[in-house]
Design a protein around this ligand. Structure first.
Ligand SMILES: [Fe+2]
Ligand SMILES: [Fe+2]
Length: 309
């Protein structure tokens, strides 16, 4: 089994190619151009936000709140990413580019929310301070764990942004979320294909890492004030839940794209991890269908940590 250092050095040419692909498929865009500034007005000193500002279901408000706070916190992942990947070569270039893009996401969503007053700006700022101050960022065990986690997380974020945008009746809001979601998709593709390359180099260790990350997966919004309450609302609105996690991430990426079931040359540990992974995905799918059906009936079902499934 290669050390992280050797693995990263061997994967560096692939990271370089994926970075090139990312840059050549990204079109420059500007947050200011997407924000409907004409709808903005000054906030008086005694301003108190009320939900009547904008007609919006609470679930969608929850999602905007969580999605923005997530974006706010992502640039602080830089510490972990640079420690894991190093500051030089294509790895460092990618980490800095990614950080700058995530920063752009929070700029555009915050400007949009401030102008439209869709979310309480005081609650939002307090929550941002609390989240960044608590400094909660993922600390994956190995580089392979890091790749697997972000491959899943970027796609999850893309889906959450896109589905939130679809529920906004406001065209400008829809365009903001769609633009951010398309960046997340490119981030996902970078990591998805990096995992494919790692599966060729180190199939067993990579399957073990994927298994660990699927088992413990949490949306990056953990650490946000009242995250559980918001996550429940987000699931209720069909923006992100177990069924989506299974049908749009685990099935198409882990099973189909990475072809986990057809991998050859696994050692005993890899075989064991593969069996556990396939079983877990099946269970998450079943739980997703059960929760969705129950939600329809009762309108309120707690969706807990994926590891509990
Ligand atoms: Fe983002
Ligand atoms: Fe992203």
């Amino acid at each position: 089994m290669r050390s992280d250092e050797t693995l990263l050095a061997e994967l560096e040419p692939i990271a370089g190619q994926l970075l090139e692909r990312h840059l050549s498929t990204s079109k420059e865009w500007f947050p200011h151009a997407l924000v409907p500034w004409g709808r903005g007005r000054d906030f008086e000193p005694d301003y108190e936000w009320s939900a009547d500002e904008v007609e919006l279901p609470d679930e969608v408000r929850s999602s905007l709140f969580v999605n923005l706070l997530t974006e706010d916190n992502l640039p602080y992942y830089f510490r972990t990413i640079e420690r894991m990947f190093g500051a030089d070569t294509a790895w460092g270039t990618w980490a800095r580019r990614w950080t700058a893009e995530e920063g752009r996401h929070s700029i555009v969503i915050r400007d949009y929310l401030t102008v439209t007053r869709a979310v309480d700006p005081v609650a939002l700022e307090r929550a941002r301070m609390a989240q960044v101050e608590c400094g909660e960022v993922p600390e994956p065990e190995t580089a392979l764990d890091g790749f697997a986690y972000v491959a899943l997380q970027e796609l999850a974020t893309r889906i959450a942004h896109h589905n939130t945008g679809k529920l906004l009746t406001d065209r400008a809001g829809y365009e903001v979320m769609k633009k951010v979601a398309s960046d997340e998709n490119r981030h996902h593709l970078f990591y998805r294909d990096l995992v494919s390359a790692a599966l060729e180099l180190e199939p067993s260790a990579t399957v073990c890492a994927i298994e660990r990350q699927v088992r413990t997966f949490e949306m990056p919004g953990t650490g946000i004030v009242d995250f559980e309450v918001h996550a429940k609302a987000i699931a209720k609105a069909g923006i992100y839940d177990f069924a989506i996690h299974h049908d749009q991430i685990l099935l198409p990426v882990v099973l189909r794209h990475w072809g986990i079931e057809a991998l050859e040359g696994l050692d005993a540990e890899g075989e064991e991890a593969r069996a556990a992974l396939v079983k877990r995905i099946e269970r998450i799918g079943k739980a997703g269908r059960r929760f969705a059906a129950r939600r329809q009936e009762a309108d309120a079902t707690p969706e807990r940590h994926l590891a509990a499934v």
